[in-house]
Ligand binder design. Structure first.
Ligand code: AQP
Length: 333
């Protein structure tokens, strides 16, 4: 049976890219009746500096975001990574299976470490080994992610295959990335060539799930665009990254294809289209941010949800890690 795993870093404000590219799809997979496990990957977050008070707050906010957007802690297993220690234990094994050369090809490390790779944390470099462990410690088969994480899921397959091959077993299933929909890569509102990201220093580059209606409208009004009217077919968005991004967001929020969307908004000027987009974004996001605020008023309840999730998760991860150790030849008595 398919088993779904995915995670998000509690490393800052959740944004529209996380919502459309990840959380909303997580909830949809859960509602299709799949077995779903969703994680706040706090161990991943500390690959770059996190203020301790902010990390705890961001983890609870992320948990509230998951629930407000439809992830049900009864139907899905909702966990905080560090509370399920098998993730970190299997990550060590996976970093012994993976090769240095494989890690060096990861574009996210190159992007995040920038020019000064010598000063990056070792954790940032081995991040994909922890991510492989996150997925494999559940024997997950499907990993819904945005476009940017495709390379890491492919690396997870390579690591699982090497483990199976080295030890002569058929133990870890090779997981498939699930990258679907019109919003697998939501771009920055300020630069159509960069993805919308928590770590972009410009807050105007992203719509945060907790932004109020005025802020959302203002960010959309100021979003960078060209000066032409919108085309009536997708081909007309060629070479117009910013226009394409706004139309994609509109399509995703209204659950339609790009062509259906252009059938409605084709021919409009941005001065006409942007207010429509803002209205739609506010209508969709306001109930989520209201619910997040309601949940965050009771942090103890969030902590209880995470503790219960960790107990359920460990019923799965304990036996899988134990079996992996046995395969490797470690004494388990
Ligand atoms: N712009 C995006 N469009 C579509 N999907 C996106 N995701 C992130 N940005 C976009 C997806 O959200 C999930 C969680 O991402 P993450 O927070 O764990 O990692 P990230 O990719 O590092 O997210 P950010 O916002 O870009 O954070 P920073 O700035 O810290 O790097 C993943 O499924 C991701 O694909």
């Amino acid at each position: 049976t398919p088993r779904v795993f995915s995670g998000i870093q509690p490393s800052g404000a959740l944004h529209l890219g996380n919502y459309l590219g990840a959380i909303r799809r997580f909830a949809a997979m859960q509602d299709k009746g799949m077995e779903t496990i969703y994680c706040m990957v706090d161990l991943h977050a500390i690959t770059v500096w996190q203020d301790p008070a902010d990390l705890a707050q961001s983890t609870r906010t992320l948990c509230a975001g998951y629930i407000a957007a439809g992830v049900d802690p009864e139907k899905s297993i909702l966990i905080n990574q560090s509370q399920v220690p098998e993730h970190a234990e299997l990550a060590w094994v996976m970093s012994c299976v993976a090769r240095m050369g494989w890690m060096k090809r990861m574009t996210q490390f190159k992007d995040k470490a920038g020019k000064n790779a010598e000063k990056a944390s070792l954790g940032l470099f081995v991040y994909p080994a922890l991510m492989a462990a996150d997925i494999l410690v559940y024997h997950a088969t499907h990993v819904p992610v945005g476009e940017d994480q495709k390379q890491h899921v492919e690396l997870t397959r390579d690591i699982a295959a090497k483990f199976n091959h080295d030890y002569g077993v058929d133990f870890f299933p090779l997981p498939d990335p699930v990258i679907e929909g019109t919003a697998t890569r939501v771009m920055s509102l300020r630069d159509g060539s960069k993805k919308m990201s928590k770590s972009d220093p410009s807050d105007a580059s992203r719509i945060n799930l907790m932004d109020d209606a005025d802020t959302i409208a203002q960010k959309i009004r100021k979003a960078r665009t060209d000066f032409d009217a919108l085309p009536s077919e997708a081909a007309g968005l060629e070479g117009r990254a910013e226009a394409r991004n706004l139309v994609n967001i509109y399509a995703a929020l209204s659950d339609r294809t790009l062509d259906e969307t252009l059938g409605e908004v084709g021919g409009l000027q941005f001065s006409e289209f942007k207010p429509k987009l803002a209205e739609l974004a506010v209508a969709q996001l306001a109930p989520i941010s209201d619910e997040m605020r309601r949940l965050l008023a009771d942090p103890a309840e969030i902590d209880r949800i995470l503790a219960a999730g960790a107990r359920r998760a460990r019923d799965i991860t304990g036996p899988i890690l134990g079996r992996a150790y046995e395969i490797i030849g470690m004494i388990r008595s």
